[in-house]
Design a protein around this ligand. Structure first.
Ligand SMILES: [Zn+2]
Length: 318
């Protein structure tokens, strides 16, 4: 049996998992990232969590073939370097070089959204498929594209930024500087903003009961109030689903992957969210008359996708 370690390097936590060749996670260990900090310090913590996870799995370090890291930001995969990750404070951080020196293992590095997409492709809803696109709903929108078993991140690692496709020209200002990006509407942050705007126009809405006040609104507030038949909340979700379906239809028109996985916190709403997105997207795509089309599904692995995907970076495309 071969064993690999996948590390999910996040802005808040560093999680390492020992994964066997059948994509099973045997043990995990974690610590706080305490970012921003110098890459030397964060890599030292990654090496420590790696050792804890290996010990927790009851293995010797010699049993581990390699370490894969999913990191936020733009990653120069060939060099194993994080070119820029603002939330970590990394600029040109030589993660491979540092972590290899600390552990004596080969180290592979890729973007965290790519690693999550790769994990879902190998062991989650993409199992057995030839292509998958993953859209992860968080503070922003993460994108990962797997084509023919390989991660496609653009010729210089700047692609797969699905959240920054414009779905409403002249719309909300996005963090990237453009207006009307999918991220500005379909991230948790975007949904919260839409919910607040609806509350301001609807003083009697149940949204106030679930949100408490404008600061108390979360990505769940609109779902909770809509469950109780609140019209303002239902209108918020209608618009949210329309916007999301627009993005999904664009992805199908561009790539028609075998599977689109929708992950992240809000995706826990499951079929209730994904069902109407699927129905609306497949109704408008160019391939709508095709007897078989993209399967649009809630992601299956949660946070484990990033660990499994990172662990398998060493045999990507094989
Ligand atoms: Zn944008």
């Amino acid at each position: 049996m071969a064993y690999y370690v996948g590390i999910d390097l996040g802005g808040t936590n560093i999680v390492a998992g020992v994964v066997d060749e059948h994509c099973r996670i045997l043990a995990k260990a974690e610590t706080k990232t305490r970012a921003p900090r110098p890459a030397e310090e964060i890599c030292a913590d990654m090496a420590a969590v790696y050792r804890q996870a290996v010990a927790a799995a009851g293995l010797a370090e010699g049993a581990i073939d390699w370490i894969g890291v999913g990191s936020p930001g733009v990653i120069d995969k060939a060099a194993g370097q994080v070119e820029l990750a603002a939330n970590l404070g990394f600029q040109g951080a030589p993660v491979r070089q540092l972590l290899q020196a600390l552990t004596g293992k080969p180290v592979y590095v890729d973007n965290d959204a790519n690693a999550a997409a790769y994990g879902e492709f190998l062991a989650g809803v993409g199992r057995g498929a030839d292509s998958l696109v993953m859209i992860t709903i968080g503070t922003g929108i993460g994108g990962g594209i797997i084509l023919g078993g390989k991660i496609w991140s653009g010729f210089r690692y700047g692609g797969a930024e699905l959240g920054h496709m414009v779905i409403r020209t002249g719309g909300r200002r996005c963090t990237c500087g453009r207006e009307g990006c999918m991220e500005a509407y379909c991230s948790a942050t975007g949904l919260i903003q839409t919910t607040r705007e609806a509350m301001e126009g609807a003083p009697d809405s149940l949204l106030w009961q679930f949100g408490g006040d404008l600061d108390g609104v979360s990505g769940r507030t609109a779902f909770q109030a809509a469950d109780r038949g609140d019209a303002a909340a239902q209108a918020v979700l209608e618009r949210y689903i329309d916007d999301f379906a627009c993005g999904v239809a664009n992805v199908i028109n561009l790539l028609q992957p075998e599977v689109i996985a929708i992950g992240g916190g809000i995706s826990r709403e499951g079929e209730r969210l994904v069902g109407p997105i699927r129905e609306r997207a497949l109704r408008v795509v160019m391939s709508r008359h095709s007897p078989q089309n993209t399967r649009i599904l809630p992601a299956a692995l949660g946070n484990d996708a990033g660990i499994i995907g990172a662990a398998f970076l060493g045999r990507e495309g094989q």
